[in-house]
Each structure stands twice: as C-alpha cells, then as structure tokens.
Design a protein. Sequence first.
Lengths: 353, 232
Amino acid sequence: MKASFFQRGGYSAPQEIRSTWPIPPVRYNPEFGLRSLHHAIEQCELADSLGFDWVSFSEHHYMTTVAPNPALAAAAVAARVRRAQIAMIGHNLTLNNPIRVAEELAMLDTLSNGRLVVGFLRGTPNEFQVYSVNPAESRDLALESMELILRAWTEPVPFSWEGRHFQYRTVAVWPRPVQQPYPRCYVLGGSRDSAEFAARHHLGLGVAYVPFPFFSQLVTYYRERCVAAGWQPTADDILYRGAVCIAKTEEQAQQDATRCVLKNLNVMMRDGVSEAVARLDPARMNMAKMEEFSIARFVGTPDMIVRQIRECKEQGGAGVIDFGFHVPGLTHDEVMLRMELFGAEVLPRIREI
Amino acid sequence: MSSAPQRTDELAVTFIERFVQAGGLEIRYLEAGQGTPVVVLHGSDGLTSSPLNNLLARRFRVIAFEIPGFGQSAGQERPRLMRDLAQTLTEAGAAIGLERYGLVSTTNSAPLVLWQAIDAPERIDALVLISPLALVPEGRIASSTHDPALERKLGEVKTATLVLLGTKDEVIPPETGRMYVERIPNCYYALVYDAGHAIEAERPEALFTAVRDFLEQRETFIVSRKNTVINP
C-alpha cells in the first residue's frame, strides 16, 4: 500500500473562517496567506521525511485552501521534496485550458526529474462558476480535455484539434514529459464515464471521499471495462482519497471528524445557486442536500486506522490512498502532530497491505 | 468574424447530375453551389448523398466526380494504375472548364488526389485528405489502394495539404497522421475529436469547419479569426 499526503492547503489564521462560497476577498489577510503557503511547504517536507510515497495537490478557488493553481504549489514543493512523488490530483479540467494543463504537467515532470503523477478531475460544482463554465457542459468538457491532453503529450508533430468544446489549430507541446509516453495518470470521479475513459485509455481510477461500498462498486465496473479493453489493472491503478482524523484516543479523533462535513469546508453555495447548479450539472450534485456528508473515512486511533486502510484495500482494491489531514479549525502545528503520529504508528504497518 | 456552427439538418442542397468525357471514359459527376471550385472524390462507398458536400456547396462550387469503376461508371474499363486514373480525373476537371480548384479526398481516393497534386500542381489550390488510406505504417497490412510508387514521390507534393483523422478511427492507426506530415513538405494534420473512420457521418459540422477554413485560408488556417467580443 502506497500512502500519499494530500496537501489540500489551508489558511493559517487565528480564527477559523466560516462562509458560504465564495468567501469575500476582504476576509483574506496577506500576512496569514504568506504564512499558510509556507506551512503547506513545511507539511510536504515533513511528509517526505516521514516516508509518504507521494505529496499531492488539488485546485480550489475563492476559499481558505489558498490553492487556485496547484501547479505552482507543486513546483515549489518539488524543489524542496527530494524523494516523494509529486502528485497533481489535480487541475480542474473544466476550468483550465487543456493545452496549458499539458504544458504545465510536462514542465512539472521535468522540474521533478520524472516524479510526477497525474490525476484528472472534473472539479466541484461550486467552482464551475469561477471561470463561468456552464455546469451542463462540465462532463463533456472534462472528457474532451483528457483526450486532448493525452494527445498533446504523445503527438510528435504539430497538429490541429477539432473538438466540440476546444478548437486549436496548432498544438506542439514543449517540453514533453520526462516519463514516456506520459506519467502515471488517474481519472478521478464517481461516474461510469470516468471509469470507462480510464479503462479505454489504460489509466488508473481515483475515487474521493465516498463510502467504501460505493467505492467497491465503482472499482468493479472499472475492472470490467478494463477487461473489455484488453488489460488488467493492478492495485497501483486504484487510488482512494479520504480525510484522516487520527488521535491517541478515539474520542479525540471523532471530535476532529465532526468538523469534516461539507458545511464546514466553505464549499456550500448560497441558497438558490446550489439548486441552479444541480439542475444543470449532469451529475446532479446538489451540495445543499449533502451538507452533512463527511469526507473523513479514516477516523480513530492508529490501530483503528490501520484496520480501515485494510478495509479500503479489501473492498475497493486500492493500492494508493491519498490522505488529507486538514481538518477545519486545526492549526499548522496540530496538523503536523497528526502527521507525525500517522508516520510513526500507521505508515510502517501498511506497507504489506 | 465568428461564425456559428452550421447544421446539416438545414435544407439540403440540390446537386445536378452531369457527365463529362475524359481519357476515353464517360465520367458522371454531381455539381452544386457557386464560387471557388472544389473537386471532391468519394471513398469506397461510391458517390452518394454527402453531408459534407451539402455544407461545402453553400460556400463553394462543388464538383463530386464518380470515380471510374464505381456506380454508373462501373462497366467501363478504367486505367489500372492510380497515376493514370488520376490523370483522367485531372482531364475531366479541365474538360469542365476548371483552371484551379481545391481537391478533397475521402479514405481510399487519397492516392488519386496526391497524384494529381504531383503531376498537375498548377491546377490544385489546396489538398484535403479525409481519413486517407495512402500510407501504411510499417508492420501493418496495406490496403488495396496502397501505391508504393506514390509513397516514394510524396516529397514532390508542394500544395498545401490538410490531413484529417478521427480520434476514434479504428481503421487507420493513430501514428499515420504524422507520417503524412513527415513526408509532404507543406502538410497539416488535424484530429477530429470523437469521430471514427467515417468522420463525415459522425461529425460533419466539425469536418466542414476545418475543410472550409483550409480551402479558403490554406496555411493561414492556423491563425484564429474568431471574434471573442461579447458586447461592444
């Protein structure tokens, strides 16, 4: 079992900010922001020293994760973290120019001396608004983006792209990835489309935050599609992302876990907006109805968490778990302590899973 | 100026059936539209109703030849060599009064248009090869239209050329597109997303956009002319 440290980002302020999304910029303090990004790098360095296999990055806008461009964060960390893989899980494909994503990821793979891992994501419903993306188009945008990125990495001559959502008459990406034909990629998502695309293109599947039985169903479907496409995925092709609430006592861990529900993560949209997005979004995600959904899947003492990790492997076959330690309200020092506890009492015991 | 995608479900264009004598053969063709002439050669399905031709005929004067050996031209003895058949089609264009025109092929008519570009470059404004079956990657089985003599002379094609392949084409290996770019000096290569081998049937509007732009702009089709102003 491989363990990834998910650098979700945070905002190191004296008081926790609670707001509907988007959080007004007036509530941002540059001094705290400066501190936050340096804390993020320190946490990645700690993860590397503890033995995490990857450090991972995601994209979020207009909120306290302070991570609108994960490629920048990953590049800064790649210069400081010498051993762990740099996992870009990743760009929100619906928000980004796919050619730009292909270029940035190739640069990251080069900057990190071939340590890049890539996750393709559609993005969360609230964030389609960031660059005025129609939620009804998000699925098709993401699918076309993935296809174009893979082509941009592998076509050796300039080419044009006549897509449904993208038209580029000259594509000739430099640099090309160090890892050829491209780094290990995962398609993140809980839909059949994600599993089918991953299977068709011989990519891994990543699933985030869902209960393990649903994870198991998705992986089963993915495996069937892989067989239909003529190949068998290994454990390393299956990734699960979940928040971890670890403590010396179960009670303390459960206290942390209560703060991991969506309504505490500053992603809830204002009334009416959420419903409008849900009507347009093909996945019909109505976050207003999910506000009690928790992203914490690994909760408890080190012993309990080792059992939960084993369960994740047994139910879904995950060979990589991307652990998020950023519980709302925790300080940087508290996050580091939890990471150290995990590193000392969980990591050594999950290698053989 | 930006242009909205045209729909193929708009009114179909009426093509007029005509005949021309060339190379000792009677060649049937369909014609519609006005303006810059574009000669279109069909694929293995023969000369049929074509969404692409309908769209092109709103913009160009389209002449769709029925290749000798197909349809109503089936009974005639046609030249055995591709190069000679290409010469016959060039003569057919001249007989109609065409001096200079765009030339479009589909799948296995690609060798015919490439020979025309080699032997009569002064007549060809631009070449478009849709899902072409002229080159075969090493190790793959050649199609019946594969012409080794043509392959050796592709470097002589000076005409601006656009090759279009579908991203889901299961007939033509994906590496084939780059082979045309590597062999033809002034060649461009376009991928049509989510289309198989029959691009015209699956994404006719996207195909038309690329073909139209290349026929009108040639090499400069890579320069965007889109209007992104939302409101003045």
